[in-house]
Write a protein that binds this ligand. Structure first.
Ligand SMILES: [Zn+2]
Length: 45
């Protein structure tokens, strides 16, 4: 799930699975579709 968070007067979109922040909701949603959250360190966007 992607959640909105405000930081530095900007709205960020955070992947709840792995905690990555995106400045674009579309990017966050696209990431989240592919986020496995199975602690694979080799996978970073
Ligand atoms: Zn993620």
């Amino acid at each position: 799930m992607v959640t909105e968070t405000e930081r530095d007067d900007m709205t960020w979109y955070q992947c709840e699975e792995c905690g990555l922040l995106f400045d674009s909701e579309a990017d966050a949603e696209r990431h989240e579709e592919n986020c496995t959250s199975d602690d694979d360190p080799s996978y970073l966007q």
